[in-house]
Design a binder for this molecule. Structure first.
Ligand SMILES: [Mn+2]
Length: 439
């Protein structure tokens, strides 16, 4: 016998349902016990495994079990666009029905909610845990485990840049509620099979390496036949194996005339979500995707390259962080005088400039090569390093740091047209990364 059709209040999440979406929908049924949890027909493989194992413990329904015109309140979690939900919903639901929305995506979608919470945190489940704590609801260890899987999946175990302090507090709360880490790890184990391996090898063979604003970007396009799950994981591994800062996979399915674009980025300068929006998709700065229909994959790759090139973040560069005017010495300056200047300026090194030409760098470290007192009277020329690494003012702070780390130096003279116009130190760049710069 078919169960009675669901009416009234319904909670649902996005298609290709992940643990964050599933956890958030279950959390909504804890907050609103009269709501039915409705999971889209398309779920990701890890979630499908979880659902089949926990069938008897979780009450979830299929969109086909719902009498959509008789739904009086729709609660949406982890998506802010109608086209992210199961298509039957938008087709059949009464457009006047009030919608509540809980979502952590930074973009603005086309679902207009009457209430809920939309905030940019690491995972939607964090927003619902806030409510669960406020209402002092009790969680079972199974629920806590599922919620932690959602939280870890969306925040990369709290390491993605979108992770907030509240996400970490939510994780702590779930551990107190007896979330099982063994199970969480097993749930999140990547589903990497033979077909994913083939796709990865093809992608690597087709890979192009682009240089975008000082960052390395991997880009590959391959044809795939039939449905292939977990392409996001393939792109993630593509990024790691190519050892690039960001990676994009363009997957063309000829028989369906679909083109799936998936991107991953590990640097804030390359914002995947913004690039995917340019392709009609969406996502976060670190991860995003877009599904294009009836397009020429060649044109998609070209457009992606253009968007990447246009993504250049010109807001902050070395010229904004450097100090100037530059305190420098000439190559004839005696070492004891250099020591005094260093002490007075409170810095650890100075450029050596003769007639406006940079000829070396002297740092506190170089004083260790002084053997006898008399050498303090010797000119800096004898102790300075003449192989000097410099940077131009239009480079990004990350590039400056990368250069300094690579050559184990604490400062870079900023040079334009052969003249030193400033100096950037490792601490200037690091203060910027920690958002400690006065603006
Ligand atoms: Mn999410």
């Amino acid at each position: 016998m078919r169960p009675a059709r669901i009416t009234g209040r319904v909670a649902t999440g996005h298609r290709n349902c992940d643990f964050d979406a599933l956890a958030s929908v279950i959390a909504l049924t804890i907050l609103y016990p009269d709501a039915a949890a409705v999971i889209p027909r398309s779920v990701n493989p890890n979630v499908r495994r979880f659902l089949s194992m926990h069938k008897d413990l979780l009450r979830v329904a299929d969109p086909a079990d719902v009498d959509w015109p008789a739904v009086t309140h729709l609660m949406v979690a982890d998506a802010n666009r109608w086209n992210r939900l199961d298509p039957v919903i938008f087709e059949r639901i009464d457009p006047q029905v009030p919608v509540s929305l809980w979502d952590h995506h930074p973009d603005i979608g086309d679902i207009t909610p009457v209430d809920g919470i939309q905030e940019t945190v690491g995972a939607t489940i964090t927003l619902l845990i806030r409510e669960i704590q406020a209402q002092r609801k009790i969680l079972t260890p199974i629920q806590a485990t599922l919620f932690l899987a959602g939280l870890y999946e969306d925040t990369g175990n709290l390491t993605f840049n979108a992770t907030t302090a509240e996400d970490a507090r939510a994780a702590a709360y779930l551990l107190e509620r007896k979330a099982d880490l063994d199970i969480v790890r097993r749930l999140l184990r990547p589903a990497y099979g033979l077909r994913q391996k083939e796709a990865l090898f093809e992608l690597l063979a087709a890979a192009e390496r682009l240089r975008i604003d000082g960052f390395n970007v991997g880009l590959g396009r391959i044809d795939i036949s039939g449905h292939l799950e977990n392409l996001a994981l393939v792109v993630r591994m593509f990024l790691e194996i190519m050892n690039v800062d960001a990676a994009f996979g363009v997957f063309f399915q000829p028989e369906r005339d679909h083109c799936m674009v998936i991107g991953r980025s590990t640097v804030e300068e390359i914002n995947v979500g913004a690039i995917m929006q340019g392709l009609g998709g969406g996502g976060h700065p670190g991860a995003g995707s877009s599904l294009l229909k009836a397009v020429n994959p060649e044109a998609v790759t070209e457009m992606l390259t253009e968007l990447l090139q246009g993504n250049r973040r010109s807001s902050v560069n070395v010229s904004d962080l450097m100090s100037f005017p530059v305190v420098s010495v000439s190559s004839r300056t005696p070492m004891d005088e250099v020591a005094q200047i260093l002490r007075r300026q409170g810095c650890t090194g100075l450029p050596v400039i003769d007639d406006d030409v940079l000829c070396g760098v002297i740092s506190r470290r170089d004083f260790s090569r002084i053997g006898q007192e008399t050498q303090l009277k010797a000119p800096v020329k004898a102790f300075m390093r003449t192989h000097v690494h410099t940077i131009t003012p239009d480079r990004s702070p990350s590039e400056a740091v990368a250069l300094m780390v690579k050559h184990d130096i604490g400062r870079l003279p900023v040079v334009t047209d052969g003249a030193v116009i400033g100096i950037i130190t490792r601490s200037d760049a690091m203060l910027y990364f920690y958002d400690l710069l006065p603006d």
